[in-house]
Design a protein around this ligand. Sequence first.
Ligand SMILES: Cc1cc2nc3c(=O)[nH]c(=O)nc-3n(C[C@H](O)[C@H](O)[C@H](O)COP(=O)(O)O)c2cc1C
Length: 216
Amino acid sequence: MNVLQINSSARREASHSTRLANRIVQRLRDADPDATLTLRDLGLKPHPVLDEATLGALFTPASQRTPEQAARVALDDALIAEIQAADVVVLGVPMYNFGVPASLKNWIDAIARAGVTFRYTEKGPEGLLKGKKVYVALTRGGKYRDTPADSQVPYLKTVFSFLGLTDVVFVYAEGLNLGADAEQMAINSAYQQIEEAVHPLAPAKAHVEMAELELA
Ligand SMILES: Cc1cc2nc3c(=O)[nH]c(=O)nc-3n(C[C@H](O)[C@H](O)[C@H](O)COP(=O)(O)O)c2cc1C
């Protein structure tokens, strides 16, 4: 099993979404110790924005690209190759100003490529990243689950489905900025969701202990 982990928090050590994504990966590895992991930290190493020069490079036939254009397309090619090779994709996604981090949007802009990860057919668009499992660890200061203010989940469902990624599990850690008790409850709940969603056959570990460890 090839696992691709995408972190998108701007934070490093203190990031809840990265810790939760790490936990999901850990549980996947508990189930399959031979699983390989490719880690892409978009906060640590941001992917460049889709600008006019990039569009020009993408729409120039490969044989006619300048070295600069070829280098820019190669950056996107690398991200596409990573997700194509993955059986499971694990994302850590904070809410920033009611949306996904710009770093994650840049990643999505890089992997969504016509003819490669999706194509248009007579019957409509077809996603080409099929047969993969996706886990998304969402972290929010407030609480928006199942409300119109949650712009992240509908967006991610739409874009993933467009790319053929239809088996998506969302893990929510909400209310992280609503005080210490609310924060602890949110983390405990997220660990419980991970236990239930990622590794249902394994004996449930003491998720509360794990969550306390995480906050320590
Ligand atoms: C720039 C910025 C914008 C944020 N915007 C929101 C927001 O719109 N809604 C919300 O509930 N929380 C918001 N938060 C809180 C984060 O979602 C929360 O702190 C989360 O834990 C960040 O993820 P991380 O722990 O992985 O870094 C924001 C935080 C930052 C730093």
